[in-house]
Design a protein. Structure first.
Length: 237
């Protein structure tokens, strides 16, 4: 009787507590799954290269909210910087999506809440940052090609009046770069990005919350490094 009670206890615990670490079910490797709410939230590696989640994080179309937010930033530029000089981007790759580091490896990430998603697009007049609030246009004051793998953009915009972004391409075949932001009077920020046309060359982690917003996956801390940097292999092939 005592043994049976222990077995039942183990089974109940397994069914009622959230699962952490990694679990495999139906060829899907879960990082976390909330069994208390059934399928309310699951975080997992999606191995399908045609997954709809790649398309969702790599979507560049404007909805009505994007249009309103973008107009707010361009109205500021028109009022304060009336000349938006057109010039072909010096960098050949003009659309970028954030990469995340998880247990030392890098992944595309579909968040539970797109407030935490980040993209960049560059056109002939503006450097556009796609944040959780929508796309924000920054005027390109100056751009230059430092070498075949390094490009510098001097920017101004409604939220940051004096900023430099340096793009260091560290893997041209896979379109992987380190973005280095230098804000006047602030610390440097560095983060990994991948060219939008290469997004399916890296694995994707999906945070699928079906009923309401829940917590995001906790990723590794941003690595500290010196520029220039050589990283021979940062993502599993």
């Amino acid at each position: 009787m005592g043994i049976l009670r222990k077995i039942l206890t183990i089974i109940i615990l397994g069914l009622t507590f959230p699962l952490y670490g990694q679990e495999s079910s139906n060829d899907t490797v879960f990082i976390e799954r909330d069994s208390l709410r059934g399928t309310a939230q699951s975080i997992y590696f999606d191995s399908n290269k045609n997954s709809k989640f790649y398309d969702k994080i790599n979507n560049w179309e404007f909805d009505k909210y994007d249009t309103a937010n973008y107009k707010y930033s361009t109205d500021y530029l028109k009022e304060n910087n009336p000349i938006l000089a057109k010039s072909k981007p010096v960098i050949p790759l003009t659309k970028w999506v954030i990469l995340k580091q998880y247990k030392g490896k890098y992944y595309a990430y579909h968040p539970c809440d797109f407030l935490f998603h980040f993209k960049v697009s560059i056109n002939d007049t503006t450097y556009i940052e796609w944040t959780g609030e929508g796309p924000v246009a920054n005027k390109i004051i100056e751009q230059r090609k430092i070498n075949n793998n390094t490009y510098e953009f001097k920017l101004t915009g409604v939220y940051d009046k004096d900023r430099v972004v340096i793009i260091h391409i560290i893997d041209s075949n896979r379109g992987i770069a380190i973005f280095e932001e230098i804000n006047k009077g602030a610390d440097k920020k560095r983060y990994f990005m991948i060219s939008a046309d290469k997004i399916k060359t890296v694995p994707i982690i999906v945070n699928n919350c079906e009923t309401y917003k829940q917590v995001e996956l906790r990723f590794d801390s941003d690595p500290q490094f010196e520029i220039p940097i050589i990283i021979p292999e940062i993502i599993d092939k």
